[in-house]
Design a protein around this ligand. Structure first.
Ligand code: GDP
Ligand code: GDP
Length: 434
């Protein structure tokens, strides 16, 4: 799984600036999905040689105690879950006692930390860095998060110790990787058990994996799958009734490593903020998606009607995803999930030819001409595939960088419709040729 990097430091040292730089296209995504509230703390690292996950821990003042400590606990949990900590300090403000307290805390946790001296623009870098030697952290990098200077060199050094991720081709024996995601108590572990407990499901005992591990390989009707469980399954056994803390990091890593995500929502609670955050991670990662509205048993007609209209409205931006109304407890509708999982996977991994894509593009342009910019029409010449899971469609032409969002959405809808792509987000990328 991808390394998790936590950004730690006093308020105002530049954590969120660095976070945005490391995760980049987040704002573009907000534009792609109007109506989606986004969690600005957790993101997928982009633009480096290896994938990673970044957490912005928010403001940590140093020696939090009592109530302050509780309030900082989410940050502290994030630090515990991280593989590497980047301690940011303000190169202009110089060393602050709070920086020392944070270092002390990190040392207690035994977390490998890099010291990142930010805001070195317009000041003597060596002098700025020298001020922080006393913190006793050997790996020091000077950056300007706002301009991006030094950031790429720093992140490559941070990731240097981590192995290259396995290529998709090397993982074929895992079959479709399915992550079961959802907030606490929606019924994830009940669903996992139900899916594995189905008749004719064979769970493999592979070396290094057990029924209780996060990755559970199994076979159903002769087909291979791997369930990625977000820790819920640990509670299966009668002896281990410990309820685990909900871990955003575990959800994130599971979502990112999956081919298809089954997002479990509690029909009785309706859709809440945390469901939308999780959905945001799924879209951010570009994963194929199946929505399971669980606990459908025992709801009366009126309730069912209400949640159905609610979900259509709140999830309108993911209208590509199949919605299943299930009862994990009784098993109702659980088997049907596989059909949508298969369909979503097939769509997400489909090989799309340049010929086919270009033809669809040309027809779409004939049906609806793109707008004029400065008296000249935007020209789109050809399209080709740029990736799978999610499918990326790259469009070449003149002035395509000026194409308005609504036209991009029209193109996306057209590709999706003609190609019958179901259950997966589709990314359209524009290339402006000279
Ligand atoms: P956070 O509270 O640690 O998340 O800090 P922010 O990212 O919100 O940044 C605090 C302030 O520092 C903002 O006004 C940023 O524009 C500014 N800032 C961030 N990085 C740099 C930098 O590299 N150079 C300068 N001069 N200012 C920066
Ligand atoms: P998790 O935290 O998401 O893994 O949720 P659990 O699988 O532990 O389920 C939380 C609670 O919801 C348990 O008491 C389950 O028995 C109950 N539950 C799960 N699925 C259903 C369902 O389909 N119907 C009903 N009525 N209860 C369910």
């Amino acid at each position: 799984m991808k390394p998790v990097i936590a950004l730690v430091g006093r308020p105002n040292v530049g954590k969120s600036t660095l976070f945005n730089r490391l995760t980049r296209s987040r704002d573009a995504l907000v534009a792609d999905f109007p109506g989606l509230t986004r969690d600005r703390k957790y993101g997928e690292g982009r633009g480096a040689s290896k994938p990673f996950i970044v957490i912005d821990t928010g403001g940590l003042e140093g020696g939090e105690e009592g109530i302050d400590f509780e309030m900082a606990s989410q940050s502290l949990l994030a630090i515990e879950e991280a593989d590497i900590v980047l301690l940011l300090v303000d190169g202009r403000a110089g060393l602050n006692p709070a920086d020392e307290q944070i270092v002390e805390h990190l040392r207690k946790l035994g977390k490998p930390a890099f010291l990142i001296v930010n805001k070195v623009d317009g000041i003597d870098e060596n002098v700025a860095v020298g001020d922080f030697y006393g913190l006793g952290i050997a790996d020091i990098f000077a950056i300007t998060a706002s301009q991006g200077r030094g950031v790429s060199k720093m992140i490559e050094a941070v990731l240097a110790g981590y192995p290259e991720p396995l290529a998709e081709e090397e993982r074929h024996e895992e079959g479709i990787r399915i992550a079961i995601a959802g907030r606490p108590n929606v019924g994830k572990s009940t669903l996992v058990n139900r899916m594995l407990g189905e008749e004719r499901v064979v769970v493999f005992d592979m070396p290094g994996t057990t029924r209780d591990s996060v990755y559970i390989p199994f076979e159903r009707h002769g087909k291979r799958y791997t369930l990625i469980d977000t820790a819920g399954i640990r509670r299966r056994g009668k002896t281990t009734q410990t309820v685990e803390k909900f871990s955003v990091v575990k959800s994130l890593t599971a979502i990112q490593d999956a081919n298809v995500v089954v997002l479990v929502v509690d029909a009785r609670d309706g859709i809440v903020e945390q469901d939308l955050h999780l959905l945001g991670y799924v879209l951010d990662a570009g994963r194929a998606l199946v929505i399971a509205l669980n606990k459908w048993d025992g709801m009366d007609l009126e309730q069912k009607k209400k949640i159905k209209s609610d979900i259509r409205r709140r999830f309108s931006f993911v209208d590509f995803a199949a919605i299943h109304f299930i009862s994990a407890l009784h098993g109702t509708g659980v088997g049907d999930l596989y059909q949508s999982i298969e369909k979503a996977y097939e769509s997400a991994k489909r090989k799309l030819s340049t010929n086919q894509l270009t033809r669809i593009l040309q027809d779409a342009v004939l049906d609806h001409a793109p707008p004029m910019i400065n008296g000249r029409r935007i020209k789109m010449k050809y399209a080709h595939a740029g990736g799978q899971n999610p499918p990326v469609i790259v469009i070449h032409g003149k002035q395509t960088d000026k194409l308005p969002d609504h036209y991009k959405r029209y193109l996306e809808k057209t590709f999706r419709h003609v190609l019958k792509l179901e259950g997966t987000p589709v990314r359209i990328e524009m290339r402006a040729d000279a």
